[in-house]
Design a protein around this ligand. Structure first.
Ligand SMILES: Nc1ccn([C@@H]2O[C@H](COP(=O)(O)O)[C@@H](O)[C@H]2O)c(=O)n1
Ligand SMILES: C[C@@]1(CO)OP(=O)(O)OP(=O)(O)OC[C@H]1O
Length: 157
């Protein structure tokens, strides 16, 4: 088995939704990002890459590369999953925490788990999505941005 963790932050900007775990979540702000700015999937990809010491998504999908402009982060997840499988590994389970005051994540957690599990070829029960505020403290508390942390356990195919 191998373990990995990932963390990602994006600042809020103009917009009317945020992408979280591959799900379009209505919000009164968007996020500033080169891709679709999905902090859940970026943290998850980093955890998967980290588990095998394969670098991070910035190395695999450089922000300087126009191919990733407005990219669907589910494609990043597909790439990372394929990479792991080529090396004989797959995600056993993933546990993800989203940090923001708003939007409320709970109502969208099941859809996020389903989208992620579908790409990883695992059961929904193998994907956990949790959320917390920071009780109005810090940049998330001031609603300036959104963060996510992911931890994954890999198992051999
Ligand atoms: N963006 C968020 C933040 C929190 N939740 C849910 O609310 C519960 C209470 O959050 P606290 O930070 O006050 O502990 C938390 O356990 C989450 O279930 C949410 O859905 N979206
Ligand atoms: C995802 C990439 C793609 O260019 O850019 P961003 O959408 O800005 O997201 P970030 O979390 O900063 O990760 C770096 C890049 O890999």
């Amino acid at each position: 088995m191998r373990i990995g963790q990932g963390f990602d932050v994006h600042a809020f900007g103009e917009g009317d939704h945020v992408m979280l775990g591959g799900v379009r979540v209505p919000h009164d702000r968007g996020v500033l990002a080169h891709s679709d700015g999905d902090v859940v999937l970026h943290a998850l990809c980093d955890a998967m890459l980290g588990a095998l010491a394969l670098g991070d998504i910035g190395q695999h999908f450089p922000p300087s590369d126009a191919r990733w402009k407005d990219a669907d982060s589910l494609d990043f997840l597909r790439h990372c999953d394929a990479l792991l499988r080529e090396l004989g590994w797959m995600v056993g389970n993933a546990d993800i925490t989203v940090v923001c005051e708003r939007p409320k994540v709970g109502p969208h957690a099941a859809a996020m788990r389903e989208a992620i599990a579908g790409v990883l070829g695992v059961m929904m029960d193998d994907v956990s999505i949790k959320a917390t505020t920071t009780e109005t403290l810090g940049f998330t508390g001031r609603r300036e941005g959104i963060a996510a942390q992911a931890i994954v356990l890999l198992r051999t195919l």
